[in-house]
Design a protein around this ligand. Sequence first.
Ligand code: HEM
Length: 118
Amino acid sequence: MSLNTPHVIERMLGLSGIDTSSHLTSFILFNLAKNPDVQDKLYEEVQRQLPTKESKLDKNALDKMPYLRAVVKESLRVTPPVALMARKLEHPLELGGFKCPENVVYCPAHWHMSNNDR
Ligand code: HEM
């Protein structure tokens, strides 16, 4: 299959950029709904930094909202939008004592890794 520029842009923004971002946003809302105390604390921080409709949401404002950053990061950990990915190993790989031969398909499972205490 050959790809032209619109195909590449569609693949990059469509699948890579839009689905992941919208899933992350949905998961954040879901996690906040399950943790109303966190939602209240986040609401207070956002209200403090962006008190009126005219307040600007820019890098400066974002830098002053560490709790928002923590909420996004924790949501990425607890409910990663990409649950796992796959790579075919070109060379043998040793990972945490496990020996993986070349040519096997290795699947780092983000969801499992970031929700496993071990
Ligand atoms: C929270 C949002 C996002 C998450 C969780 C995310 C997650 C990921 C993951 C896990 C991969 C590796 C997939 C693989 O190689 O199997 C990836 C690759 C990629 N992502 Fe994202 N992504 C996000 C946002 C975006 C956005 C906004 C864009 C573009 C505007 C984008 C463009 C890409 C591209 C082009 C690749 C392929 C990179 C490469 O193979 O060299 N992503 N992303």
